[in-house]
Design a protein. Sequence first.
Lengths: 79, 142
Amino acid sequence: VTDECITRKRITNKIRLLRFMANEMTQEELGRRIKMTRQTIAAIEQGKYSPSLEAAFRIADVFDKPLDEVFAWETDGEA
Amino acid sequence: MSFREKVLWASLLLPAALWCWYFGLIGMALAGATALDERLFAARMLEIMVASIALQLASVAVLARRDPDPAFVPDEREQLFEYRGASRAYQVISVGILVVVAGNFLAWSRFAIVNAVVLIYLLSEAMKIGVELNLLRKGVGR
């Protein structure tokens, strides 16, 4: 793993878009379905918190999407 | 503000008020304003411990009743904050142990050592809760 990989790459996600497409599901509703607080969902959406792999799978499951359609590993500014 | 944040504020402020009063009385006694009756202070300490636990339980019950969907079990992000808080609290306890050991060598009284241990525990709790609240406020957790 290069230094550049560590410093410049981050996990991005499309949860906000997917919520909108799922009948404008609220953060609270998503949180309730995967046993997380609304605040944690907000932090994930904003990229302030990277969820565990299990939580990421649970989120993808709610939207019936594969993991890589919800989360991506991108260089800053790429998303 | 999340349910957990409210519970943490209650867990910080309610015992803090009681213990500040207790240590304030000790401070006044040490300053000579009042008598330092060790038995009386021991009884007060026990009363405050019981009152502190009762107040915290009552506050959680009240907050849970007012919250439409109280999350009693912390989610993974809240657990992460809890671990970080505990890690800082461990540092406080480590330093505290050194202070108490030094106090023992300096021939502190049993009263002083007991109060020092309680104070260290309270400071570590305050540190744990403070770190958690700070992280919850900032919303970060990478």
